[in-house]
Design a protein around this ligand. Structure first.
Ligand SMILES: [Zn+2]
Length: 502
């Protein structure tokens, strides 16, 4: 109890020592209030461009528009060509700069089916208040912050680009002298795992590197509070295919006689996790680096949203009742993302399939490597009695082994990234955001994966993650949206970062 009180006192003291929004931020707020329609018009223009990474012609149109938008603000813009889509790099220097901030934001978006959208369309953005469509042109006074703009990448991740540009505009109109040079790195392949991003950053390290990297992606914490994060998860995945007979067989004639590969696969999958959600694959958690005392404290200070999430997802309980979601983000996962065997809803035949497959995904945390975790998974399959191969079985194998599984590792995916919450430069950055409304969620890591490690590890920069957008933004799904109030707050967050003292 004494410890808790001491902690509370420490937090209160820290908070009261922090300033309210700075004069520059308040001037940016005023500028925004006078230019709301213009800011949203630019967002609509950017959202109207389709941005699926696989469509290079579309992506280049985005790169062209972004180049024009940054050049208009006095940035020097270049493109780093890659084997895939270009990285757009914009730089603006300040005569008074004592250092450089490097922002990372991505401009590509996930695929979307317009038929699933009930508000606007992926590339025909629209504003709504609740269920009612709103014509922005008809608004004469301030725009309601509870309006939401619907469209692909409004939140993930084009909205933050517009917020950054508006902050630059607002600071220019206030004649603010920026203590930072600004580097902006715009990735065109994030949703596909950024396969060419790190090589492009290594090749251009001297231009990209700054004193601090701010990785801008992902939604705020579900509490709705301003959110920063200090790491992101890595990924590893594999497909396991289990074999039965060398073709589908009549279930009446051969049921009870031939191996049922779907049953064998189900037993194999069931052997991987216990009833409390713990993965029971040998050594699965061995190398996990536990949270530091500061990280644990940061989690304890985050509002607990477990019940809110269960309500939203229509669930009675979480898999691990004794561990809140932010702590689960610091444990590796093992999930089945897809199963395939025979037919369930279409073309139903009375046949036992010749094979059954599962796609397994593991999210990794600090201390874990993809190769090692996949080795552990493969060893587990072997321990369950399977002969493990990496190609289709031949006739001799089929006659030799009772159980055969093909194990295919999927290459690529992001590495694990973790930075210190106590680095002086990340502390300064977090404090600049906290000063805006005295509250800040600090997540030791987010659940998702990003090219965070390109900055924190490859470029060895102090790195912090910034979540600007509303958590209920439907990113990656239909009806992706951005709440206007979050866009306004995002502008102020960027203004605070661009004017923070070193
Ligand atoms: Zn994103």
């Amino acid at each position: 109890m004494r410890h808790a009180l001491a902690c509370l006192f420490a937090i209160t003291t820290t908070v009261s020592m922090l300033a309210a929004p700075t004069a520059e931020v308040l001037r940016v707020r005023d500028w925004r209030a006078k230019n709301e329609k213009q800011i949203l018009a630019e967002l609509f223009q950017l959202i109207s461009l389709p941005n699926l990474a696989a469509n290079r012609a579309d992506i280049l149109k985005n790169a062209d528009l972004l180049t024009a938008m940054f050049e208009k603000r006095g940035f020097a813009v270049t493109r780093f060509e890659t084997k895939g889509n270009p990285v757009v790099f914009a730089r603006k220097t300040s005569p008074a700069a004592k250092g450089t901030i490097t922002f990372y934001i991505h401009y590509d978006g996930q695929a979307s089916d317009p038929k699933e959208w009930t508000r606007g369309a992926p590339f025909a953005p629209a504003a709504y208040k609740g269920d009612t469509r709103v014509d922005l042109q008809s608004i004469s006074g301030p725009i309601d912050p509870d309006l939401r703009i619907y469209g692909r990448s409004t939140s993930d991740d084009k909205g933050p680009i517009i917020a950054l540009l508006a902050a630059v505009d607002g600071l220019a109109s206030a004649n603010a002298t920026l203590p930072w040079n600004i580097n902006v790195v715009l990735d065109g392949e994030e949703e596909g795992g950024s396969p060419n991003f790190t090589p492009a950053m290594i090749a251009n390290a001297d231009r990209v590197r700054g004193d601090i990297a701010v990785v801008v992606d992902s939604p705020r914490h579900p509490s709705g509070l301003p959110t920063v994060y200090y790491g992101s998860r890595g990924g590893a995945s594999a497909v396991i295919k289990v074999y039965g007979a060398n073709g589908d067989l009549h279930s009446g004639n051969y049921g009870n006689f031939v191996t049922d590969p779907t049953m064998a696969l189900a037993k194999l999958l069931a052997s991987m996790k216990d009833d409390k959600g713990n993965v029971v694959i040998k050594n699965f958690y061995d190398d996990v680096v536990p949270l530091t005392a500061a990280e644990r404290r940061a989690v304890d200070e985050i509002p607990n949203v477990d019940q809110q999430l269960l309500e939203e997802f229509g669930l009675m309980r979480q898999e691990h009742p004794e561990s809140r979601i932010e702590l689960q983000h610091n444990r590796p996962t093992l999930s089945i993302l897809g199963l395939e065997a025979g037919n369930v809803y279409t073309g139903t035949r009375s046949a036992i399939p010749g094979s059954a497959s599962a796609r397994i995904e593991m999210r990794l945390v600090n201390g874990l490597s993809a190769a090692k975790q996949l080795d552990r998974l493969e060893a587990h399959v072997r321990e369950q009695g399977f002969f493990v191969i990496n190609q289709e079985p031949d006739a001799a194998m089929r006659r030799t082994y009772p159980l055969i599984a093909r194990f295919t590792r999927n290459a690529g995916g992001y590495g694990v990234a973790k930075t210190s919450m106590e680095d002086p430069r990340t502390v300064t950055t977090a404090n600049a955001i906290r000063a805006l409304d005295q509250r800040l969620v600090q997540m030791p890591t987010i659940g998702g994966s990003l090219p965070f490690s390109t900055f924190s590890d490859t470029l060895a920069m102090p790195t912090i993650g910034l979540a600007v957008v509303n958590f209920d933004n439907n990113q990656h799904a239909a009806n992706e949206n951005l709440r206007v109030g979050h866009l306004w707050e995002g502008i102020e967050i960027f203004a605070a970062l661009l004017t923070m003292q070193k």
